[in-house]
Design a protein around this ligand. Structure first.
Ligand SMILES: Nc1ncnc2c1ncn2[C@@H]1O[C@H](COP(=O)(O)OP(=O)(O)OP(=O)(O)O)[C@@H](O)[C@H]1O
Ligand SMILES: [Mg+2]
Length: 431
């Protein structure tokens, strides 16, 4: 269900019209200014309708469009409509409008508006921590400021960067990613800035850099914390001047790129220890989005598991994997996920390819997960499942080592060949 904010002196009359389209929530003119502001800021609304016949509409439009798309409406007047669109309104409706027109405009925007209950785009999360992140992504998307995304490895930084681009006004233009840690300085320079023909031996042609190619769009600097001091200066210049020069070039080229950077390092600490430039840090960190580690939002695990099962299940052509047993979910809920969401995704993907049941069992999870499970747990109905999992894991690795030779595997496990064969059958290990 969409939450709509209506700002109009005629809000009461409009409410019945909106109700007829069966979209809820209104915030009528009776609310005081501060109350209205608070509502808008709380991120409760998905779409705003602003009557341009109300006082001070320009100011309101500028404030609102930071939070959500704004549909402006007024008596038919081209000049006002154009002014509203210039100030950032997403659409314009001429008063009076019918419920069909209203329903049409809402449906058009609905596709772009996201339900925040379960996730934002492909980013899943029901925890309060993630709901806050979704609000920040929304704000960052409509703003032009630089964004620094921080968080441990595997916590979803790249996913957030892509969402900001996708839901912002630059989405029709490119999103370019540069992984700063993976590339040595000289290569990084030619990748980012490009080069002119003859700039160095082997430069047989002129090549545009990523920044030029991203013109009008977004450039995502991944692992920005790993960039050398020399390169930090070059990036700072880009941020200050909005200009670049190709290697071997003789003139500056204007580029219009929005910069999003990410790191798993503590950059303010790096600034204090002198390995990262403070001025660059401030320039990048205009909007900071810090992704909490998964272990601090364990309530997101079931939803993520479900999401990853749906994502990876189609890889199994022989069986439909539908879900996970309570026992296996329990194991996951007691694990600390140092590798965050990426680790959880890998665990599920692996379980899907290993399992012989339509529901993932504890035995399908890696054994280190079972070992690290809390020792304080009470007598558990799934102890058998856990033991089976450890056994399965050991047998599997012995079989891999012996390249499928059962006698050899049995010998290394210290059991008889027939015993191993029985276990393979019982544990449904594919050989
Ligand atoms: N909230 C989430 N919902 C769904 N998938 C997620 C979520 N967070 C992360 N993922 C998935 O986890 C994997 C890792 O995410 P991502 O690459 O964005 O992490 P990262 O923070 O950039 O990691 P690194 O620091 O190692 O580069 C991806 O496959 C991504 O799709
Ligand atoms: Mg990443």
């Amino acid at each position: 269900m969409l939450n709509l904010l209506i700002i109009s002196d005629e809000a009461k009359d409009l409410y019945s019209l909106f109700k007829s389209v069966r979209f809820t929530q209104q915030n009528s003119e009776q609310k005081t200014n501060s109350a209205r502001k608070k509502y808008a800021e709380s991120g409760k609304y998905d779409l705003a309708f602003l009557d341009l016949d109300t006082e001070n509409w320009q100011q309101r439009l500028l404030e609102l469009r930071q939070q959500m798309p704004v549909i402006a409406f007024s008596r038919a007047d081209i000049k006002t409509a154009v002014e509203a669109m210039k100030l950032g309104a997403s659409d314009f409706l001429a008063k009076p409008f019918t419920s069909e027109v209203l329903s049409d405009v809402i449906n058009r925007h609905k596709k772009k508006i996201l339900s925040h209950t379960y996730g934002f785009d492909e980013i899943m999360g029901t925890s309060a921590l993630m709901q806050k992140i979704f609000g920040l992504i929304k704000k960052a998307a409509v703003s032009e400021s630089n964004v620094l995304i921080t968080g441990e490895s595997g916590s979803g930084k790249e996913l957030v960067a892509r969402a900001i681009h996708k839901w912002g006004p630059r989405n029709a233009k490119p999103f370019m990613t540069i992984n700063c840690s993976a590339i040595p300085d000289t290569l990084l320079e030619s990748e980012l800035f490009g080069f002119e023909k003859g700039a160095f031996t082997g430069a047989n042609y002129t090549k545009k850099g990523l920044l030029e190619m991203a013109d009008g769009g977004t450039c995502f600097f991944d692992e920005i914390g790993d960039v050398s001091p020399l390169f930090q200066a070059k990036i700072l210049r880009l941020l200050q001047e909005g200009e670049i020069m190709r290697i071997g070039g003789s003139h500056q080229i204007k580029v219009d790129v929005r910069i999003i950077a990410a790191t798993n390092k503590d950059l303010s600490h790096a600034c204090r220890s002198g390995t990262f430039r403070q001025d660059l840090f401030y320039r990048l960190n205009v909007i900071n989005i810090h992704l909490p580690p998964l272990r601090e939002r364990m309530e997101d695990v079931p939803l993520l598991v479900d999401h990853f099962i749906k994502k990876h299940a189609p890889k199994r052509k022989d069986m439909l994997i539908k879900g996970i047993t309570d026992g296996a979910m329990n194991v996951l809920m007691n694990y600390s996920f140092r590798g965050n969401v990426r680790e959880l995704e890998n665990i599920i993907e692996r379980a899907i390819s290993f399992t012989n049941s339509p529901e993932i069992l504890p035995a399908d999870l890696p054994s280190y997960l079972l070992q690290s499970a809390s020792p304080k747990r009470k007598a558990i109905p799934w102890l058998k499942e856990q033991l089976a999992s450890v056994e399965k894991e050991l047998i599997w690795s012995a079989l891999q080592e012996s390249r499928g030779n059962i006698s050899k595997a049995a010998a290394s496990l210290g059991i008889r060949r027939q015993q191993l064969q029985r276990k393979i059958r019982n544990l449904k290990i594919a050989t």
